[in-house]
Design a binder for this molecule. Structure first.
Ligand SMILES: NC(=O)c1ccc[n+]([C@@H]2O[C@H](COP(=O)([O-])OP(=O)(O)OC[C@H]3O[C@@H](n4cnc5c(N)ncnc54)[C@H](OP(=O)(O)O)[C@@H]3O)[C@@H](O)[C@H]2O)c1
Length: 235
């Protein structure tokens, strides 16, 4: 199995790299980082520095990876040095919104554009984007976090759209959106205060749940949005 973890330097991405490393079917893991400090070194892991907002970086990466069984995009932002997710629309900043869209949405569409060919397989392949339950329109009961929510809702639409197109172009590929649950990483650190201890997951647990989902899904499941516990989330 050849695997690409986009954002292998992140909390969940790094756990995915580690877990796939000990998977009996793993041949090569390709993984990306941007600024990542603590990245796993192993002869099986090939690291590439990629800025996911650069179409050229994504194209160059695809040019270096001839065949893939699994692609997981584990990149995402919720906050940056200057911005927290909005409590109210009064905090809305168009530049921060664009940054959310660029990293949380556009990146997966560009990955689909350049990795359709490496993911073509005579057996099953998987294209998975880490989404979030807050991107479900149906599930939105409390509002807030408008930039992040919109970027993940748009990502969900992108995954659905990619899955429909690939039913013809890449019929053995299963395209999924995955909600990891609140996971203890830098991403969620500032917002963990009100999360009950048993609802704050370790990245290793989330990685295991996602790998299990990949093992249990086939192209007939393409275009679905799954939670960490294997249940389906409405779009
Ligand atoms: N953690 C949670 O509670 C939670 C909940 C729901 C959904 N999610 C989703 O799960 C995914 C992973 O989250 P996480 O908790 O693992 O986040 P994280 O620990 O903050 O990791 C973020 C990753 O994104 C990369 N990244 C950010 N901007 C980039 C850019 N412009 N180009 C390339 N790489 C970039 C980082 O690379 P470097 O570190 O190398 O710079 C890092 O690998 C995200 O999509 C997030 O929305 C997380």
């Amino acid at each position: 199995m050849n695997i690409l973890i986009v954002g292998g330097s992140g909390g969940i991405g790094a756990a995915l790299v580690d877990r796939f490393l000990s998977h009996r079917l793993t041949n090569t893991i390709y993984a990306t980082y941007l600024t990542g400090q603590k990245i796993t070194q192993s002869p099986k892991v090939k690291w590439h520095q990629v800025d996911i907002t650069s179409e050229k970086d994504i194209r160059d990466l695809a040019d270096n990876i001839p065949q893939l069984d699994v692609l997981i995009n584990a990149i995402g932002i919720l906050h940056d040095e200057c911005n927290h997710p909005e409590k109210t629309i009064n905090n809305f900043d168009p530049d921060f919104f664009q940054k959310n869209i660029s990293i949380n949405t556009t990146a997966s569409i560009l990955l689909a554009k350049y990795f359709c060919r490496p993911l073509k397989s005579s057996s099953i392949s998987h294209f998975v984007a880490l989404s979030a339950r807050v991107g479900s329109i149906e599930d939105n009961k409390i509002g807030g976090w408008i930039s992040y929510r919109c970027s993940k809702a748009a990502l969900n639409m992108a995954i659905k759209t990619i899955s429909l197109e690939w039913q013809f172009k890449n019929p053995n590929c299963c395209a999924l959106a995955f909600h990891p649950g609140t996971t203890d990483t830098n991403f969620s650190k500032p917002y963990q205060k009100n999360v009950p201890e048993n609802k704050l997951f370790k990245p290793e647990y989330v990685a295991d749940q996602l790998i299990q989902l990949i093992e249990n899904t086939t192209p007939s499941d393409t275009g679905k949005f799954y939670s960490f516990d294997g249940s389906e989330i409405s779009w």
